[in-house]
Design a protein around this ligand. Structure first.
Ligand SMILES: Cc1cc2nc3c(=O)[nH]c(=O)nc-3n(C[C@H](O)[C@H](O)[C@H](O)COP(=O)(O)O)c2cc1C
Length: 169
């Protein structure tokens, strides 16, 4: 049965309830890639990504202050947004864990900034870091888009209610 329920109307909501309700907003999955100070490739799975402006071309993502790679991406002058295809769930899982050898064994290429782009991704946006904004326990990272890439005829990997999904058309 299709039931509706109100979870709470207090001024302060708890993190667990907020996370549960936000999980009803279906998203794609991106992997943000970049390079650390030693030019080593780094990657983190992110679904808090959105378009921001067409002119100038801006996008943003939200970076968790407690993320393993917080220092790398909050200091990076550039990054790439890799929008994952349906057959790349393993990459989403891989980059949601901390790792030292982030992109070892994976095919990558570069667009404009030198950030590694994941071979086989549905689409990619290469960005120069434009601005950072503090926002609670996350940092909003705004990027100016300098390069674009798409893979025709591929389907997206989706995330909904805490699980990976596919398009059913
Ligand atoms: C589906 C999914 C979406 C995520 N979205 C974000 C996000 O938007 N921003 C973020 O900073 N971390 C996000 N994460 C968590 C990071 O991927 C994770 O913190 C990072 O890879 C390092 O792991 P650790 O810091 O928990 O060890 C997400 C993880 C998953 C599985």
């Amino acid at each position: 049965m299709d039931e509706e329920r109100t979870l709470g109307q207090r001024k302060r909501v708890d993190g667990e309830g907020l996370r549960f309700v936000l999980g009803h907003f279906a998203t794609g999955i991106t992997v943000i890639t970049g390079r650390d100070e030693e030019r080593r490739a780094r990657a983190i799975t992110v679904n808090a990504f959105t378009s921001l402006s067409l002119d100038p071309p801006l996008v943003l993502y939200c970076l968790d202050r407690s993320a393993f790679h917080f220092e790398v991406f909050s200091n990076a002058e550039a990054f790439a947004v890799n929008i994952l295809a349906a057959d790349q769930q393993a990459l989403s899982e891989r980059f949601a864990r901390e790792a030292e050898d982030d992109l070892a064994g994976l095919g990558t290429f570069e667009l404009t900034t030198g950030s590694p782009v994941l071979a086989g991704c549905l689409a990619a946006l290469d960005c120069e870091t434009e601005a950072l904004h503090e926002a609670g326990d996350h940092l909003i990272v705004i990027g100016r888009v300098t390069g674009l890439h798409v893979r025709d005829a591929a389907e997206p990997l989706l995330y909904f209610r805490g699980g990976y999904r596919r398009l059913r058309i």
